[in-house]
Design a protein around this ligand. Structure first.
Ligand code: CAO
Length: 434
C-alpha cells in the first residue's frame, strides 16, 4: 500500500522565517532521496533542502516567497514500492514519519564562502526545466546572472558544476566582435539582440573593421561592465603646490619629462598601502569558494590612448621607484604603446589602474574597472578654481578624481576615504614619504 510521506525543513540552525527562493518540484514529479526540493535564502546564505523521501510528489505545500522554519511541511511524497513503478492517484495522508533529512549546510550568498558537498545519492536529472546544482553553484550562477536551465551539466548524475557555469559564461563572452556588441551577452542576460540596421538606407556609410585591440577591449569592457557592480566616487584634489613643484623639476632636469601621471602613480601606491582592500582581486578557489586575494606587490596600470585603441601598460613594483623613475618608465611604456611595440608581459599583473584624460580635458567621467582589479582611478583636466580658505576665495589648481570601485569589495565609505586620502597626498606630496 502506498504511503504519503511528509518532507519538512530540517534543522537549519537559528534561522526562522526564511524565504523560499527556488522550488524544484511540482505535483506529479518523481523525486529521488536527497534530491533538492527547495532553496532557502537568509540574509547571508542559501540552502538547498534535500528530500527525505523518494517517490511521486503528491502535494506541494509551499510556493516561492513563502517563509519557512524548521519543521515546516514542504511536500508530501507517495512512496513507491520496488515492484510498483507507477503509483495510483494520491492516497490519504499517511502518518509515517519521514526518513531523517540530510544535514543542512548553508552557502553564503551572493558570494559563496562554504562549499556544499553534493548529496551522497545525487538524483538523476529528469527531463524538463529542473536543474541540479549545489547551493554554492547556484549562488555562483546567480552572482553572474546565469540561468542554470541554459547550462549543460557535466557533473555526476547530470549535476551542474561550477566549471559548467564558468564555461557557459566564457562561451557567451567569446562571441565575435559583432556578438560582443550585444548578442552573446544579450543571450546571457536576456537582452534584446543587437539592432541590425541597413544604415545605407539613410545615407552614405563606410565600414571600418574593429582593430585587434578594439575587439579584445570590447569583450573585456562588456564583461567588466555587466559583471561588476561598480560605483564612481568623485573628489577634487588641490594640486597648486604639486604643479609648481612639477614645473620646477622639469626646469631643473632635462632628462625626463615629469607629468602629473608619475605623481599619481606614486600617490596611488601610498593609498593602496593604506587601504589594502583596493590592492586586491576577487577569485574563486578550486572548491568554488570566493576569496579576496590581497596583493603584497604594487603594479600600477595606466590607460594609454594609441592609434590602434586603448591599452594598459603596467609600471611594476612602483613602491620601489622614485617619481623620476616612474616618469621615465611610464613615458617609455606610453611610447612603446603608441608604436605598437608593447609585449604581453608589459600589460600583465596590474593591481590598480589609472586612466588619465587630463591631458585632453574633461571635468569627470566613470572609468570601467579593469577586472580582476577592484578599482580604477579616472583623472580629468586640472583647472583653476576659487576656493574658500576661511577668509577669502583664493585661486587654486584643482584636479578632478573619479574613482570607480567594485561594490562587492569596496563600499562607498571606504571609497570616499580612499579618495580623500589620495587628494590629501596630492595636496601635500611630502605625506607620500611618511
Ligand atoms: N590636467 C591638466 N593637464 C594635464 C593633466 C591634467 N590632469 N594631465 C596631463 N596634463 C598635461 C601634461 O602636463 C602635458 O602638458 P605639457 O606638455 O604642457 O606639459 C599634456 O597634458 C599632455 O600630457 P600627456 O598626455 O602626454 O602625458 P601624461 O603623462 O599625462 O599621460 C598617457 C600619458 C599615456 C596616460 C596619455 O598620453 C594618454 O594616453 N591618456 C589617455 C588615457 C585614456 O584614453 N583613458 C581613457 C580610458 S577609457 O576610454
Amino acid at each position: 500500500m502506498s504511503k504519503l510521506l511528509p518532507v519538512t525543513v530540517p534543522d537549519i540552525g537559528d534561522f526562522k522565517d526564511v524565504p523560499v527562493i527556488e522550488l524544484f518540484v511540482q505535483v506529479g514529479d518523481r523525486i529521488a532521496l536527497e534530491e533538492s526540493v527547495v532553496t532557502l535564502e537568509s540574509d547571508k546564505a542559501t540552502l538547498d533542502v534535500p528530500s527525505s523521501a523518494a517517490g511521486i510528489v503528491r502535494k506541494v505545500l509551499v510556493k516561492l516567497g513563502d517563509k519557512v522554519s524548521e519543521g515546516s511541511l514542504l511536500i508530501q511524497v507517495e512512496a513507491l514500492d520496488a515492484d510498483q513503478p507507477e503509483p495510483p492517484p494520491p492516497p490519504p495522508v499517511s502518518p509515517q514519519p519521514p526518513a531523517p533529512a540530510s544535514p543542512a549546510v548553508w552557502a553564503d550568498a551572493p558570494n559563496p564562502k562554504h562549499l556544499v558537498p553534493p548529496p551522497a545519492a545525487a538524483p538523476t536529472l529528469p527531463t524538463g526545466s529542473k536543474t541540479h546544482a549545489t547551493p554554492s553553484v547556484r549562488a555562483y550562477a546567480r552572482e553572474l546572472g546565469v540561468d542554470l536551465a541554459r547550462v549543460t551539466a557535466s557533473g555526476p548524475k547530470n549535476r551542474i558544476v561550477k566549471e559548467d557555469v564558468s564555461a557557459w559564461v566564457k562561451k557567451a563572452l567569446s562571441g565575435g566582435a559583432t556578438s560582443s556588441a550585444g548578442s552573446s551577452l544579450g543571450g546571457c542576460l536576456d537582452l534584446l539582440p543587437w539592432p541590425k540596421i541597413d544604415f545605407a538606407k539613410f545615407g552614405p556609410v563606410e565600414t571600418r573593421p574593429l582593430s585587434r585591440i578594439g575587439k579584445i577591449s570590447a569583450q573585456n569592457l562588456s564583461r567588466n561592465w555587466v559583471m561588476i557592480p561598480a560605483v564612481t566616487y568623485h573628489e577634487d584634489a588641490d594640486i597648486t603646490e604639486l604643479e609648481a613643484f612639477r614645473q620646477q623639476i622639469n626646469k631643473e632636469q632635462s632628462g625626463v619629462k615629469v607629468t602629473l601621471l608619475a605623481f599619481l602613480i606614486k600617490a596611488a601606491v601610498k593609498a593602496l598601502q593604506q587601504f589594502p582592500d583596493f590592492n586586491a582581486s576577487l577569485a574563486s578557489d578550486d572548491n568554488g569558494d570566493m576569496n579576496l586575494m590581497l596583493k603584497k606587490y604594487f603594479h600600477i596600470g595606466f590607460a594609454a590612448d594609441t592609434p590602434n585603441g586603448l591599452v594598459v601598460p603596467v609600471v611594476r613594483n612602483a613602491e620601489q621607484k622614485s617619481v623620476l623613475d616612474i616618469a621615465a618608465e611610464s613615458g617609455a611604456l606610453a611610447k612603446a604603446a603608441r608604436e605598437n611595440k608593447l609585449k604581453p608581459a608589459d600589460m600583465q599583473g596590474a593591481c590598480f589602474t589609472i586612466s588619465s584624460l587630463g591631458g585632453i580635458g574633461g571635468t569627470a567621467f566613470s572609468p570601467i574597472v579593469n577586472a580582476p582589479e577592484v578599482a580604477i582611478l579616472g583623472v580629468s583636466k586640472s583647472i583653476m578654481k576659487p576656493l574658500w580658505d576661511g577668509t577669502a576665495f583664493v585661486p587654486r589648481l584643482v584636479v578632478p578624481l573619479s574613482l570607480t570601485a567594485d561594490h562587492r569589495v569596496i563600499d562607498g565609505a571606504q571609497a570616499t576615504r580612499f579618495n580623500g586620502f589620495l587628494a590629501g597626498l596630492l595636496a601635500d606630496f611630502r605625506r607620500v614619504t611618511l
